[in-house]
Design a protein around this ligand. Structure first.
Ligand code: SDX
Length: 391
């Protein structure tokens, strides 16, 4: 404590804002969007209905939802010039880098309509981002596998259009897979918001300077990319594959984690807020077996993940530190069974989180208390000294 500031690394004990969007009780493992329990929304709602709820505070009427859906469908096309942007990147580019840079590039087409103080611009760019981010995401996927980009199919709903953009090919008709659609809808809903996590706080901080939605969302995507945050779903699959390929026992791996050998962590475990089982992880785990069997996929990595969880939940090291599976622990096995490459997993997290980012950006813009995010620091550097020769 010096002067009037307290050092609080990672804002562990700091509330940066008030918000009415999402409620989390980390000790009880509770998550609610605008008061509705995540379990009920995941089982009964849709991605766009929940997006409206997060953005506007209430569930939409049937006509509001239909109009919202139709408006989004009419904004799915990217400017044709933007397609050249993708060809300028190496085919080895990580889809998250493609997503964040293409989102910033998207901003250049709408600079004349991106005034954060203009409610019509804000509402229109919310629609544009909800409509175009999935298309950019699918293009990042197609680029990474060297396949031609498809055009959005506005005759399809949000999730089916996204799946077709990712898995459809020009040479044959695309068949909707209702199992995949329902599974992805539920997974996207589980990711739509999570109050002041690192990427949402990033979106709020960048937006607090007056930056527009495209720039703020692009910053949020970059924050999500890190393996300690959204990048963990990709890191979990790499961790499981590495254990399988190395032939190392899960017991030996867990010992290495406990000894912190080479900084190894049990990816997909632990959380800043949840000191209990992440309610999303519970829902994902419950549906993992069902989805994989409905897709006719048997993946030994799912069994390996369950074995790891079982071991950790009964180990004092993890119990003392209140480390439980988080949302990223089981999602990758399902994304893999759907056919997504591992490096697309965090992109799917970003598509899920987009409505939450937009809702928080808008809430922050409308909050008269909002000030530019500018924390203080405790200075530990050199005291005053003169440049050589200066007296
Ligand atoms: C997401 O904030 C959100 O809401 C995020 C998110 C969202 O929806 O937006 O929920 C999504 O990002 C989920 C988290 C995904 N990340 C991972 O799975 C990566 C592995 N997890 C950790 O890196 C860690 O648990 C964090 C970053 C998630 C949280 O870390 P904290 O709160 O800063 O806690 P910490 O790092 O100080 O850990 C406390 C103790 C330490 O032990 P000691 O040094 O005191 O001995 O627990 C240990 C840590 O070493 N620990 C782990 C561990 N996580 C914490 N040890 C092994 N494996 C882990 N995964």
């Amino acid at each position: 404590q010096t002067g009037h500031t307290t050092l609080d690394y990672g804002f562990v004990n700091t509330s940066a804002t008030k918000s009415a969007i999402t409620f989390i009780d980390g000790d009880k493992g509770i998550l609610r969007y605008r008061g509705y329990p995540i379990e009920q929304l995941a089982k009964n709602s849709t991605y766009l209905e929940v997006a409206w709820l997060l953005l506007y505070g209430e569930l939409p009427s049937a006509s509001e939802l239909e109009e919202f859906d139709n408006r989004i469908r009419r904004h799915t096309l990217l400017h044709e010039d933007l397609k050249r942007f993708f060809s300028s990147l190496p085919h080895t580019a990580h889809p998250m880098s493609v997503l964040s840079s293409a989102t910033a590039a998207l901003s250049t087409y709408y600079e004349h309509q991106s005034d954060p103080g203009n409610p019509e611009h804000v509402e229109l760019n919310t629609i544009r981002l909800l409509a175009k981010l999935p298309v950019i995401a699918a293009y990042a996927h197609k680029k990474s596998i060297g396949q031609a980009f498809l055009y959005p199919d506005n005759g399809l709903g949000f999730v089916d259009n996204f799946l077709k953009l990712n898995f459809g090919v020009l040479s044959e008709p695309y068949e909707i897979n209702p199992v995949m659609s329902r599974a992805l809808e539920r997974l996207l809903i589980l990711h739509e918001d999570h109050e002041q996590n690192a990427s949402t706080s990033t979106v709020r901080l960048v937006g607090s300077t007056g930056a527009n939605q495209f720039s703020s969302i692009s910053a949020g995507i970059n924050a999500l990319y890190g393996p300690l945050h959204g990048g963990a779903n990709e890191a979990v699959l790499n961790m499981l594959a590495q254990i399988r390929d190395s032939g190392e026992s899960v017991q030996r791996f867990v010992e290495r984690v406990k000894n912190k050998e080479d900084g190894v962590k049990l990816m997909g475990f632990g959380h800043r807020v949840y000191k209990n089982y992440d309610p999303r992880a519970k829902l994902v785990k419950e549906s993992a077996d069902e989805i994989l069997s409905e897709l006719g996929v048997h993946d030994p990595l799912l069994e390996l993940a369950k074995e790891l969880e079982e071991l950790a939940l009964n180990d004092d090291y993890f119990k003392e530190r209140r480390l439980y599976p988080n949302v990223d622990f089981y999602t990758g096995v399902i994304y893999k069974a759907m056919g997504f490459p591992t490096r697309m997993f965090t992109v799917l997290f970003a598509i899920g989180r987009l409505p939450g980012w937009l809702a928080h950006w808008t809430e922050m813009q409308r909050d008269s208390q909002t000030k530019i995010g500018r924390p203080q620091q405790l200075y530990t550097g050199a005291s005053e000294r003169n440049y050589p020769g200066v007296v």
